[in-house]
Design a protein around this ligand. Structure first.
Ligand code: GDP
Length: 431
């Protein structure tokens, strides 16, 4: 049995899509374990250049089963649109054979999307940077035991009995609190029926499927969305997502016991970017940040914002390392640092004479100053390099400093957007 779990170690957008696409060549299953269509995972391979929101990256490999796990939240319209668009772009993709959706995954309802937008607008100066896709409200309803699950969509009679008080409560919020249009109950039931029919071929109980795969010694690749700084408990709350993008979160979401979890790979971008609000100690609100953003095309999958950019923050990465226990790191986008001199990285924080080696709570984090270290830069073009010794000595030194400070080997170095633009140094056993 080999379970490999890929997680983000920063603020998200670390390049997980590319790493998962690369690792999926050995996978029998690729499984998303949290989040929804607020994700934007970029994949560039011989079939094209894709921005995936919900569909797992293994869809491009034959014989891989791609799973949206019970901990994910699904807007059926968004998923069906994504399937249609991918199918139009690559007609050979076989969704009926290659996609499975957990019947326990929660449905993002139209009132969740409406409430998300209204709530974010009402925050005024305390805006959190929500993607307004209903993610917060759907997870709130899940925790409040008022959610609708994908399996429910297959049974209109059940929904007719279950939904009235839930729709009533949400309509009350929409109308009375935010002055918005209520949702029409009958139209919603009809919408749910249509969604159920469209999704029926993909819906399964993922529990026996995944446990069966583990028992049969299959390779299962688990994929987190976002990164540690957006974790509901361990990120910079409240500028976080409403789920748990850690290896432990994968266990909870998928019903995998901790002792079934294999190696974790932490994805680290060679610098830092953040979409939306919240503290960001190593942010470079200057020419360096602008260069990182334009060179690195840090404008978000289809988010409205340009990403804020800054130097690599190894305190955040160490935080992710402590919480996820990765066997290896995938350091992406080192090619984007070509031409910088020196190349800086944050290795601690300081506030009023106190040094922090770990990420403090948000109200302290927003006041800290980073303690920087650096390596000398390099001018050579590292784009597309596939061999370790072909990297300039200073770029290798940078990778080694990341290893020294985090205590974790860098298993993969990313040198370009394409799947093949990577240096593979060592992969988890059995992979
Ligand atoms: P994810 O959300 O973690 O999957 O990250 P994104 O999809 O937002 O990835 C960030 C961007 O970096 C995308 O445009 C990727 O194609 C790109 N990318 C990933 N790895 C590399 C790399 O090693 N070098 C370069 N130049 N771009 C990369």
């Amino acid at each position: 049995m080999s379970v490999v779990c890929v997680v983000g170690t920063q603020w998200g957008d670390e390049g997980k899509g590319k790493i998962v696409d690369l690792l999926a060549d050995r996978a029998d299953y690729v499984v998303r374990f949290q989040g929804g269509d607020n994700a934007g995972h970029s994949v560039v391979n011989d079939l094209g250049d894709f921005g995936l929101h919900l569909v797992p990256e293994g869809i491009f490999r034959e014989n891989v089963i791609n799973v949206l796990g019970p901990g994910t939240v699904i807007n059926p319209d968004a998923l069906l649109k994504e399937i249609d668009e991918l199918q139009a772009e690559v007609p050979s993709l076989d969704f009926e054979a290659g996609l499975r959706i957990a019947e326990r995954a929660h449905v993002i309802m139209p009132y969740h999307v409406a409430l998300d937008g209204a709530l974010e607008t009402s925050r005024g100066a305390m805006v959190q940077g929500s993607t307004r896709r209903g993610i917060g409200p759907v997870y709130s309803d899940k925790a409040a035991r008022s959610g609708v699950r994908i399996g429910d969509l297959l049974d209109s009679d059940y929904l007719r009995g279950y939904l009235p008080h839930i729709v009533e409560a949400n309509n009350h919020l929409l109308e009375s609190v935010y002055g918005l249009e209520p949702v029409d109950f009958d139209a919603l039931i009809e919408k749910c029926r249509e969604w159920g029919e469209a999704l029926r071929p993909y819906v399964v109980d993922t529990f026996p499927m995944i446990q069966g795969a583990l028992a049969a010694d299959k390779n299962v690749l688990l994929v987190g969305q976002l990164g540690i700084m957006r974790d509901l408990d361990w990120g910079h709350y409240p500028y976080v997502t409403s789920s748990t993008p850690t290896a432990a979160g994968a266990c909870v979401s998928l019903g995998i016991a901790p002792n079934q979890m294999g190696a974790v790979i932490g994805v680290v971008k060679a610098f830092t970017s953040s979409v939306g609000e919240g503290p960001f100690p190593t942010e470079q609100n200057n020419e360096i940040g602008d260069t990182l953003r334009t060179k690195g095309q840090e404008f978000g999958g289809d988010a409205r914002w340009k990403r804020r950019c800054g130097w690599l923050d190894l305190v955040a990465v160490k935080h992710a390392v402590a919480i996820n226990g990765p066997a290896g790191l995938a350091l992406t986008k080192i090619d984007m640092l070509d031409g910088f001199d020196p190349v800086m990285f944050g290795k601690a924080y300081e506030l009023n004479g106190t040094t922090f080696d770990t990420v403090p709570d948000t109200r302290i984090l927003q006041a800290v100053e980073p303690v920087y270290d650096s390596v000398a830069g390099w001018d050579d073009d590292t784009g597309g390099v596939q061999i370790w010794d072909d990297l300039p000595a200073n770029a290798r030194r940078y990778v080694e400093r990341v290893e020294e400070i985090t205590g974790v080997p860098v298993s993969i170095v990313g040198t370009g957007r394409h799947r093949d633009h990577a240096i593979i140094r060592n992969l988890p056993e059995g992979w």
